[in-house]
Write a protein that binds this ligand. Structure first.
Ligand SMILES: *Cc1c(COP(=O)(O)O)cnc(C)c1O
Length: 324
């Protein structure tokens, strides 16, 4: 990847003349069968741009209570777009079409915020890496179409979902108005996300990205890492999923682990029996062995496997867990 970055031809992406950025954008647009794409420095900026595209100040979007756009983007929904979130109490970060339908404010009831957008996340981060069924996503699309709502997919972890379910990128491209995908999570790039959608949406997104301070000049050095990752780092994602399953079954066998949530992709969320070991003690014991982890709140702990988590490190972590 570093070699590919060093060899990248570059220009000035502020003028849209960086060949490596343009090539990455074209590659991702083609992959999803959508008209156009735009490169971003982060997934947060890509999602925030999509929300800005589809809404006006005072509007409301619908998302699950676990959604990244609601929980982990610094309040950007209100800061950047002046929009509120109607939260749905879904299952593992996923909601049903019926729940979405119930959450829409009647457009003629002018006392309530106007519902204009539905955001879903695949895989769900706080939902433990769970994957949506295409059928459930289609049902929500129908609700969106019937009610004139835009439909955005936060696909920061979509590569993991596709590796797990064997669905094609075009399948998702056909469903959504916009999709954001991360190059810096499972695919191992230092930075970068891409937003895909229609030509018209991406033209507007370019202006919004500029306003958010996301205009980049020789961005091609970074974009080349993204193209490299798309060519070389997707096929190996299954290895991360296998390691997550091994971590989960090792954890489940420990006497002080109360519950391990079902593991579908590369995220392992688990809870300890606090009468036997506190999360604080567990974290500090692991830290003593150079294994770092953080708590997710509500007594939940999270491990995430990724390409820089090697076989050797994995063996070490399993051995340490078994020795506790
Ligand atoms: C990480 C993540 C993002 C944001 O990505 P950044 O590049 O860290 O801004 C968005 N959505 C989900 C589901 C994520 O996991």
């Amino acid at each position: 990847m570093l070699d590919a970055m060093m060899r990248a031809p570059v220009g000035d992406d502020v003028f849209k003349t960086d060949p490596s950025v343009n090539a990455l954008e074209q590659k991702v647009a083609e992959l999803f069968g959508m008209e156009a794409a735009l490169y971003f420095p982060s997934g947060t900026m890509a999602n925030q741009t999509a929300i800005k595209l589809h809404t006006r100040p005072g509007d409301q979007l619908i998302c699950d209570k676990y959604a990244h756009v609601y929980n982990y983007e610094g309040g950007g929904v209100s800061f950047n777009s002046g929009v509120s979130c109607k939260l749905i109490d879904g299952h593992r970060g996923m909601m049903t079409a019926e729940q979405v339908k119930q959450a829409i404010n009647p457009p003629d009831f002018y006392h309530s915020p106007l519902t204009s957008l539905v955001c879903v996340e695949n895989t769900t981060n706080k939902g433990g890496g769970a994957c949506w069924s295409v059928n459930a996503l289609e049902e929500i699309k129908t609700v969106c179409a019937e009610n004139g709502l835009a439909y955005h997919l936060d696909g920061a972890r979509l590569w993991n979902a596709m590796a797990k379910t064997n669905e094609s990128a075009e399948t998702f491209g056909n469903l959504f108005d916009t999709i954001s995908v991360c190059l810096s999570k499972g695919l191992g790039c230092p930075v970068g996300s891409v937003l895909v959608g229609s030509e018209e949406h991406m033209k507007k997104a370019l202006r919004i990205r500029k306003v958010l301070g996301g205009g980049m000049r020789q961005g091609g050095f970074m974009a080349a890492a993204g193209s490299y990752a798309l060519d070389h780092h997707i096929e190996r994602l299954e290895e991360d999923h296998e390691k997550a399953i091994a971590l989960g079954s090792t954890l489940a066998a420990l006497p002080f682990v109360k519950k391990v949530e079902p593991i579908e992709t590369n995220i392992v969320i688990f809870e300890l029996d606090e009468t036997k070991m506190s999360a604080e003690t567990f974290i500090s014991k692991l830290k003593g062995k150079q294994i770092l982890m953080i708590a997710m709140g509500d007594g939940k702990l999270r491990l995430v496997t990724h390409m820089d988590y090697s076989d050797l490190q994995h063996e070490k972590v399993l051995a340490v867990l078994n020795s506790l």
